[in-house]
Ligand binder design. Sequence first.
Ligand code: ADP
Length: 483
Amino acid sequence: MATNIKSYPNLIDGTWKTSSDTPLEDRNPADYDEIVGLFPMATLDDTKNAIQSARSAFPGWSRTPAPARGAILDKASQILTSRLDDIATVLTREEGKTLAEAKGEVTRARDIFKYYAGEGWRCSGQVLPGSVDDELLYTRREPLGVVSIITPWNFPIAIPAWKIAPALIYGNTVVFKPAEDAPHTALLLVEALVEAGLPPGVINFLTGDGASIGTEMTSNPNVNGISFTGSHNTGTKVYQNAIKNMARVQLEMGGKNALVVLKDADLELAVKLAITGGFGLTGQACTATSRIIVEEEIADTFVLALTAATKNLKVGNGLENGVQMGPLVNQDQLQTSQNYMALGQQEGAILLLGGEVDGGKGYFAHATIFDHVEPTMRIAQEEIFGPVVGIIRAKGLNDAIEKANAIPFGLSAGVVTNNLKEAFAFANRVDAGVVKINEPTTGLALNAPFGGFKGSSANTFKEQGQAAMDFYTRTKTIYVNHG
Ligand code: ADP
């Protein structure tokens, strides 16, 4: 192994710790020979120590006034601003998305910290009318305690930010484990928090094998809450572990999101939204568009326009100017996309574009469009998490809604239409936690609740905005008789 490759540490109880004989290799998906950095494989003891240190730090942190906690988040936000370009470059190098996408994501993380810094001045309980004379009846929002935060690689700074910032502002202490494919960006976020003045033990950072660290993080009785984003399979294990200790759980898992294009839609807009939602971020977003349900009358025209516009998408290293779609994150993801490209053809869908991967030293695939996809085909049912979309034809709004709902997931759904009545009928009847009218299925407001229905979520607590308070706090009710 080349000696000039940098080794990065974990953070346990305020101490940076670089360890492990066989470290985790963080590779560049646009050039898999490049090792971006080496990270520790945290052991079971490391994980237990991290949880214990979060437990020990909890009394001090939870008693720190919320505005003072907010001041630290605000400082972290400023640090992220000052390092925005550097962090974005690291993000592209380890995860693959384009530099423009990476800058957008780091900006989002910075804004999330700013938003929750302000929450320090607002978060509070309620004062209620007492039922007897001279009674003050009020509630307090108190932190849960130690929370485990387990995140995926596809938004390696935005997802950690939207979990960690509310966890901290409401007074919890954190054990944070990023995904194996993108630990460096996560480390830069943790560094910003430490430099901003977060006391030792309030955040702990572990890298390594997801299954072994994750099992301890979700089954240790000292953990009071778990926020997880990742696959449905892993999410199921997380839930089962958490239940043994009755830890509070928030799970965000897959999607199979539909964009419905109705016959009166602005077709230029529909094409733009399909490309943004389907091929932006290389299709590696849980809110990505993977099914486009089009009313028959306009289907041929739409498909022609979509294919023509997609053909010219420039695929390549996200650090290069002009590249519009970066690589898949790793060999497994590339292989999965490739398998579905082949499967779609076996299932009888018509391949209009793409269907292949590029050679070279990156995990590059072409944007792929299937037409005449049937709703029951596996390519219309299973999450692909790559740049593959299927066109499904529908006979009017009702048929489109039925097809949009005929999946095990319910994360995000979009409709493109100028018909107000149909737009609202769609919004009311589609089975998804996020609905977009004339906007891409991807992209979220940081101050609005986010979370899916059906198999996309544990259907417990929403994330983001004020909704995060419900997950990260518990309510105490106080009766004071001062008569
Ligand atoms: P993906 O398919 O997006 O990689 P995963 O669900 O495998 O999704 O990973 C999401 C996160 O869950 C990652 O941080 C990963 O390391 C972690 N993880 C993997 N296995 C487990 C497990 N058994 N328990 C808890 N977390 C896990």
